[in-house]
Design a protein around this ligand. Structure first.
Ligand SMILES: [Zn+2]
Length: 180
């Protein structure tokens, strides 16, 4: 299934009861796999309110021809539509990889109360790694942040993806050389 073809209105994870942070992150990992299968960098996100999933997102900038379609933004749009509210007060966003600067901004603007991420992203992650965005004094909202939830699983799907992509590129180069 292509990541941009998820019908989030009927996605089976919508309405699922969440019992713990690990449980929610496992659901985000299901969406990371959807992105993986579509050839996208495998990042998945879910938004939880009152212990229920109200929004889902799989990373899909390539398939949707939309550079803003990161998993977090897709999940935020999905949750806001479902709630009929542009403010996502008292919600928690779970994402498999530490958010980038665009998504960090979207998280603050959408009023998500808590962010939980899986693995860190040393180059572009701004919750902890490259920046500590959520601690900036210019922000008028406090977002609680927790990281490292199912970090190994969240990181290994990324490793798997990039290893596969490198192998694919290598194969392509060899084919070009030999003219196959
Ligand atoms: Zn992002």
């Amino acid at each position: 299934m292509m990541a941009d073809q998820i019908n989030t209105a009927t996605h089976p994870l919508i309405g699922r009861i969440i019992s713990s942070d690990d449980d929610a992150m496992r659901c985000a990992l299901v969406l990371a796999r959807v992105a993986f299968d579509a050839g996208e960098v495998p990042v998945g996100a879910v938004i939880v309110a009152d212990n229920k999933i109200i929004g889902v997102g799989a990373n899909a900038p390539i398939t949707s021809l939309d550079p803003t379609c990161h998993a977090e933004v897709v999940a935020i749009r999905d949750a806001a539509k479902r709630l009929g509210n542009y403010r996502l007060n008292d919600t928690t966003l779970y994402v498999t990889v530490e958010p980038c600067s665009m998504c960090a901004g979207a998280i603050v603007h959408s009023r998500v109360g808590r962010l939980v991420y899986g693995t860190t992203e040393p180059k572009a992650g701004v919750a902890l790694s490259a920046e500590q965005f959520f601690e900036k004094p210019f922000l008028n909202r406090i977002v609680l942040v927790d990281g490292g939830i199912l970090a190994d699983e969240c990181s290994s799907i990324m490793t798997e993806f990039f290893a596969l992509r490198r192998a694919g590129k290598k194969r392509l180069k060899e084919q070009l050389k030999t003219g196959d």
